[in-house]
Design a protein around this ligand. Structure first.
Ligand SMILES: *Cc1c(COP(=O)(O)O)cnc(C)c1O
Length: 471
């Protein structure tokens, strides 16, 4: 054995405790480190012939690169929809790498068993019954991809084609509709050979991102002779609007369509009494996407996919080789997931759910929503910013209170806020207006963080030469 490898093996506890110290320091600093930063491209160096061992590598990393880490797991990173990692989830995640299980096998490891248990907990949260099979994938993009691959298989069967065996012939006849789809839906349609342009955007309700049900029903009537895939949204990224899932589910008794629900972060609304009604109807979906690395606050990368059509999932993902087991045996994830080999991705989620329970995760969701509401109040009362939509849940969509504000002006402001180091936001466009999104989905965020961020936003806007509209 290589001598450095041998030495590290002997000193493994010391290597791990030094790593633990660095990780613990990061947790201590999360309240003070700048949430966002701009990192220059680094010059490439050549791979050394001789290594330096784990501890010297840790030192090198700590000195050279750890100071450049973006504190996106901290409490004042409001970009995209970004969760952090709860203490228990980090503990679980460390063990994932340590035990290094290949969580696709069947009864030869506890890993797939605990994955089933974790999915069972999550089904309970979301209101999905036992008919929903599920698995862990890397993110909501992958979850949407898996869900839509099942929809594609179903659509093929409606047309008498087995797409998993015979390919995508006849797909031109498949109709896909949605009102406010996430960009990952288009990516999935590209990967699946269905094509980005095959999606028809239906109108949403006035001043909403929620689908106009009459427009949907008209579409279903007009396309009764085609297989239709409806992509419903449970939490849009700009204004956290929900399609009326219960009403769409009711349409299923009259029309033949596949219902895919993208509940990437909105699914966790089901934890709160205030919002759980928005998830009514979810159980009738054919496929469901929910992220774990957003509002469940587990480390990247983790999401769940659920479907009522396990048999279709087997058709799409079945992996036949002489040495593999019978797919009838449960839970043989390699016959159901895009990967053949994958990490024990469910364990951090199991740790966090066990550690904090429904109550703990509900508190995160409700505190995040209260923080979003507070920022909404500050904006309403200010002269420098204005809200573009009501604060429905955990995202605030707003802009600078100036006529004809440009995307460049928004980006300049947000770069200045990032470089100031008190908060981090990402830009968007809402109903044609360049805008700012503040997404609250981190377990650490408190109302004080909102005040710090709001002070930074107003101070910086006041210093820049905007022409605020006087009301
Ligand atoms: C974030 C998000 C996605 C994509 O999720 P990733 O985890 O980044 O792959 C899809 N849909 C919605 C609604 C989202 O918020």
């Amino acid at each position: 054995m290589n001598s450095l490898l041998q030495r590290d093996h002997q000193k493994i506890k010391s290597v791990l405790s030094k790593t633990q110290q660095l990780a613990g320091e990061y947790f201590d600093q999360q309240h003070t480190l700048a949430p966002g930063r701009f990192v220059e491209n680094i010059p490439m160096t050549t791979l050394p012939e001789k290594g330096i061992g784990a501890e010297a590598t840790l030192d090198l990393f700590q000195k050279k690169y750890a100071p450049l880490i973006t504190n996106s797991a901290g409490p004042r990173y409001f970009g995209f929809v970004t969760g952090g990692s709860t203490p228990a989830s980090v503990a679980g995640d460390w063990l994932v790498s340590t035990y290094d299980q290949n969580n696709c096998g069947s009864n030869d490891s506890i890993a797939p068993q605990l994955e089933r248990q974790t999915l069972h907990f999550l089904r309970e949260i979301f209101g999905l019954d036992e008919n929903h099979f599920g698995s862990f994938v890397t993110g909501a993009t992958q979850s949407n991809l898996v869900g839509l691959s099942l929809a594609r298989q179903w659509a093929g069967e409606q047309l008498g084609v087995n797409i998993s065996d015979d390919g995508t012939q006849g797909l031109a006849q498949v109709k896909i509709v949605s009102a406010t789809p996430h960009s990952s839906i288009f990516k999935a349609l590209s990967i699946l050979g269905v094509g980005r342009k095959s999606l028809t955007k239906l109108p949403s309700l006035p001043d909403r991102e929620s689908i106009d049900l009459q427009a949907l029903e008209n579409f279903l009537i007009a396309n009764a002779n085609y297989p239709v895939i409806v992509v419903a949204n449970a939490g849009t990224v700009n204004t956290v609007d929900f399609d009326d899932l219960a009403a769409i589910a009711t349409l299923k008794s009259k029309y033949n369509f596949w219902l895919h629900v993208d509940a990437a972060f909105g699914g966790f609304a089901a934890l709160s009494e205030n919002f759980k009604h928005l998830m009514n109807g979810i159980n009738d979906a054919d496929s469901v996407c929910v992220d774990a690395h957003k509002w469940l606050n587990v480390p990247y990368d983790a999401a769940m996919q659920f479907t009522r059509h396990k048999e279709l999932q087997l058709k799409v993902f079945q992996n036949s080789a002489a040495y593999l087991t019978d797919p009838a045996q449960s839970p043989d994830y390699f016959h159901y997931t895009p990967e053949n080999s994958r990490r024990w991705r469910s364990l951090p989620a199991w740790f966090s759910l066990m550690a904090y329970g429904k109550e703990g995760h509900r508190e995160i969701v409700e505190r995040n929503c209260a923080c979003a509401a507070l920022l909404g109040e500050r904006i309403k009362a200010s002269y420098s910013y204005k809200l573009l939509a009501p604060v429905r849940m955990n995202i605030v969509c707003f802009t600078i209170n100036q006529n004809n504000i440009s995307g460049d002006a928004i980006r300049a402001l947000l770069n200045a806020v990032r470089d100031d180091g008190r908060a981090f936001f990402t830009p968007t466009v809402y109903q044609g207006i360049p805008a700012i999104r503040a997404a609250f989905s981190n377990w650490m965020t408190q109302k004080e963080d909102v005040e710090i961020a709001w002070t930074a936003l107003t101070e910086i806007a006041d210093k820049m030469n905007f022409h605020f509209v006087t009301n």
